[in-house]
Design a protein around this ligand. Structure first.
Ligand SMILES: O=P(O)(O)OP(=O)(O)OP(=O)(O)OC[C@H]1O[C@@H](n2cnc3c(O)ncnc32)[C@H](O)[C@@H]1O
Ligand SMILES: [Mg+2]
Length: 253
C-alpha cells in the first residue's frame, strides 16, 4: 500500500514553486557576476588591471617574481615593475616607512602600486639596525654586522618585510607584515643578496639564507610571508579594487 503523507501535496507544490523561483534567481546572479567581471577585467583572460611593483633592488624583484610564479600565490591582477630608487626614509617604525614609501611610489607611477621595505632587527640592540640595515651593511659589511654583537650573549634576530599597497596617489595604503626568526652568524654561502650570508633562520636546518636554494628560502622567508598576506588581501578585495580603479579611470578621462 502506498502511503501518501498529508504534507506531500503542499511539499510538491512548494518544490515546484521554489524551483521556478530559485533557478531564474540563480541565473540572474550568475549573469550579474559575469557581467561585472567582464566589465572590470575585460575579456577575463587578458586585460586584468596592472599593479606596479616599485623597487630599485633587482634581487627583491627576482624573489617576488619567483614567489608569485608558484601556484598558491597567483594574483587576480597583472603585475609590472618599475625600477625607481625611492628616497630612503628614516624612522624606526617599519610600517610607517613602508606606508610613506608606497605613497611616494604612487606619486611616481600615478596609479596602483605596491612596494616593500625590509629590515633586519637584532634583539640585543632593541631592534637595530632594523630599517637602517641597508646603510649598516653598506658601511660595515657582513663582519661588521657580526662585530656589533660582540659582548652580547644574544645573537638572535628577525628579518621583516612590510609590503604596502595603494590604488593610487591620495588613496589609503594597506600594509602587510611578514617575519622570520633567526640568528646572526659569520657569513656562509653565496654573496648574491644583501645580508643573506649572515642570517640563519630558525627553520632553516642550520643553513643561512645564502646557503639555501630559491625554493628553500621561499618556503620560510619574511618576504614570502608578507607577500602571501598581500596576495590574500588582493584576492579577497579584487572586485572592489577593480571597481575603484575603473571609477578612477573614468573620472580622469
Ligand atoms: O628600492 P627598494 O625596494 O627600497 O630596495 P632597497 O635595496 O633599498 O631595499 P630596502 O630599502 O628595503 O633595504 C633593505 C636592505 O636589506 C637588503 N635586503 C632586502 N631583502 C633582503 C633579503 O631577503 N636578504 C638579504 N638582504 C636583503 C637590501 O639589499 C637592502 O640593503
Ligand atoms: Mg630602499
Amino acid at each position: 500500500m502506498k502511503v501518501v503523507s498529508r504534507h506531500s501535496l503542499p511539499l510538491a507544490f512548494f518544490l515546484y514553486r521554489a524551483d521556478a523561483w530559485i533557478v531564474p534567481q540563480l541565473s540572474k546572479r550568475i549573469a550579474i557576476s559575469s557581467r561585472f567581471l567582464t566589465s572590470f577585467y575585460g575579456s577575463m583572460s587578458s586585460e586584468l588591471p596592472a599593479l606596479t611593483f616599485v623597487t630599485g633592488n633587482k634581487k627583491k624583484l627576482e624573489e617576488v617574481k619567483h614567489i608569485l610564479s608558484s601556484n598558491g600565490n597567483k594574483l587576480p591582477f597583472d603585475v609590472t615593475n618599475q625600477k625607481i630608487d625611492l628616497p630612503e626614509l628614516q624612522g624606526d617604525d617599519p610600517v610607517e616607512i613602508a606606508k610613506e614609501k608606497c605613497k611616494l611610489a604612487a606619486e611616481q607611477v600615478q596609479g596602483p602600486c605596491f612596494t616593500e621595505d625590509t629590515s633586519l632587527c637584532f634583539y640585543a640592540l632593541n631592534g637595530l639596525p632594523g630599517p637602517y640595515i641597508k646603510w649598516f651593511l653598506e658601511k660595515c659589511g657582513h663582519d661588521g654586522l657580526n662585530k656589533m654583537l660582540v659582548g652580547f650573549n644574544d645573537n638572535s634576530a628577525y628579518a621583516q618585510t612590510v609590503f604596502a599597497f595603494t590604488i593610487g596617489p591620495g588613496h589609503p595604503v594597506e600594509v602587510f607584515d611578514g617575519r622570520t626568526e633567526g640568528k646572526i652568524v659569520p657569513p656562509r654561502g653565496s654573496l648574491d643578496f644583501g645580508w643573506d650570508p649572515v642570517f640563519e633562520p630558525l627553520e632553516g636546518n642550520g643553513k643561512t639564507y645564502a646557503e639555501m636554494n630559491k625554493d628553500e628560502k621561499k618556503a620560510i622567508s619574511h618576504r614570502s610571508r608578507s607577500l602571501a598576506k598581500l596576495s590574500a588581501y588582493l584576492s579577497e578585495n579584487a572586485e572592489s579594487i577593480a571597481q575603484d580603479l575603473s571609477t578612477k579611470k573614468a573620472r580622469s578621462s
